[in-house]
Design a protein around this ligand. Structure first.
Ligand code: SF4
Ligand code: SF4
Length: 271
């Protein structure tokens, strides 16, 4: 970024292209009033302003421009409409006693109207702006809908890579998982985990020895937290007919019945 400086904004950022595609001749943008500024000349005391333009060629607008452009050359793709040149030029106009706004927000159409000696107009409501307004409104509503209806409970189950399975002394098969519960609600929640897909499944949460092997263990998850648990899933001997079977984990909130689920695999040696 430091080496590339404004090249990143000009050539890598998509915004200048999007902005250029969205604008038309009535769009307000940072504009140099050439009709008022030209012919530019260095400042002279007691100058006859009727015989010259208001621009004193001090280059204050160029010096402050973060994109290194001269707005007096017309509208350019590089301009990020930061308006620093407007402030710089207004300061200069104040010092030399000329009206502010030599660089100001204006449209190409107004520039042409001025040259033709016509009244300038501000046309905010045009088919294009109404279309954009409707489009952004719809996008905003969509985002609001997603925000208001987003799930505030989520689970993620990651199977152990090594070992993929363990055969216990009685021939039962055991798989280990890292089990993550994301509680986005502002209150603590009590949740029950259920796994299905194979007969006789027993679940054990490591560290909750008192719970023992249980078909449906309970969890308490604090508000606004992602909590991680080690989970061991055991099935009786001969249950797994292949080297893997689908396993569905369903987490259910006790009070509301809200659920979140995850589809995983249970692995074994195969027959
Ligand atoms: S700051 Fe204003 S007066 Fe100075 S060069 Fe820029 S446009 Fe001209
Ligand atoms: S608005 Fe900002 S980027 Fe555009 S010419 Fe003026 S100072 Fe430069």
């Amino acid at each position: 970024g430091g080496l590339m400086r404004e090249q990143v904004c000009t050539y890598m950022c998509p915004w200048p292209r999007i902005q250029a595609a969205m604008m038309d001749e009535e769009s307000l943008t940072v504009t140099y009033r050439a009709d008022r500024g030209e012919p530019r000349k260095p400042f002279e005391k007691n100058a006859d302003w009727d015989q010259r333009g208001d621009c004193i060629d001090c280059k204050a607008c160029v010096v402050v421009c973060p994109m290194g452009i001269d707005i007096r050359d017309g509208q350019q793709l590089e301009c990020i409409t930061c308006a620093l040149c407007i402030d710089a030029c207004d300061d200069v106009m104040g010092k030399i006693g000329r009206p502010r706004g030599l660089i100001d927000y204006d449209s190409i159409a107004n520039d042409e109207r001025r040259r033709a000696g016509e009244e300038t107009k501000l046309r905010l409501f045009r088919p294009r702006t109404l279309f954009y307004f409707g489009l952004w409104g719809l996008i905003g509503l969509g985002m609001l809908y997603v925000l208001l209806t987003r799930a505030d409970l989520d689970i993620n189950v990651i199977h152990d890579r090594n070992p993929l399975y363990t055969t216990l002394s009685d021939g039962s098969l055991r798989n280990g998982y890292t089990f993550k519960i994301l509680n986005k609600a502002r209150e603590q929640r009590t949740l029950m985990l259920h796994a299905s897909g194979l007969p006789g499944i027993k679940l054990k949460v490591v560290g909750s020895e008192d719970m023992g092997d249980s078909p449906d263990p309970y969890f308490t998850v604090k508000p606004d937290r992602l909590q991680s648990f080690r989970l061991l899933v055991t099935v009786p001997p001969g249950t797994l007919k292949d080297d893997a079977a689908d396993l569905r984990f369903v987490l259910k909130e006790i009070n509301t019945g809200q659920t979140a689920s995850y589809n995983g695999l249970f692995r074994g040696p195969g027959q």
